[in-house]
Write a protein that binds this ligand. Sequence first.
Ligand SMILES: Nc1nc2c(ncn2[C@@H]2O[C@H](COP(=O)(O)OP(=O)(O)OP(=O)(O)O)[C@@H](O)[C@H]2O)c(=O)[nH]1
Ligand SMILES: [Mg+2]
Length: 197
Amino acid sequence: MTEAITGLVLAGGLGRRMGGVDKGLQAFRDEPMVAHVIRRLAPQVDALIINANQNIERYAAFGHPVAPDAIAGFAGPLAGLHAGLSACTTPLLVTSPCDSPFLPLDLVARLHAALAREGADLAVAITGDQPHPVFSLVRAQVLPGLTEFLEGGGRKVDLWYSALKVVEVPFDDNPDAFANINTLNELATLAARPDAS
Ligand SMILES: Nc1nc2c(ncn2[C@@H]2O[C@H](COP(=O)(O)OP(=O)(O)OP(=O)(O)O)[C@@H](O)[C@H]2O)c(=O)[nH]1
Ligand SMILES: [Mg+2]
């Protein structure tokens, strides 16, 4: 039997570049951005969790458990991963940010194949030489190490990776899938992009 995988939608940030809005709930082509992410990620996983720190009830209305950060102070995406792993009951967890509405439909299959092949702790998507650490598949057993790292004041993903066996998984055939929306301008431009599906 293959190992079960939980999907974690990272929606716990402050959205400062968008003017301090809750990015996941911003409308993109008539739907909140997070709805696009859920629609593309849910079929790839066995369970879903949403990490959010504001508007918890609005996120809960999507029908999945909502896990707020346990590490205080908006400590970044790793705090979201920590919250997700703490709530996760499967041996594997895969993350996607709430603001990438075109995430690959084969994201999980490709990350999982590489993780299994390499016996890695974490598989991360890359395009060109750019890693996308918010698109990662991790073994749930990394949680104690991550907790220790965060409690010791660690915040940088690269530094945390140095303690893990990491495999990078190229998606150079589909780089547009990782388009990430940080500003209202990007929200409008990408919504109107004719090639984006
Ligand atoms: N749980 C949690 N998630 C975060 C935090 N900061 C960022 N994220 C998430 O990490 C992903 C990438 O972050 P950014 O694109 O920088 O989003 P952001 O921090 O909300 O936006 P900016 O304030 O403009 O940087 C997004 O999915 C965010 O929701 C945080 O402090 N806690
Ligand atoms: Mg940020």
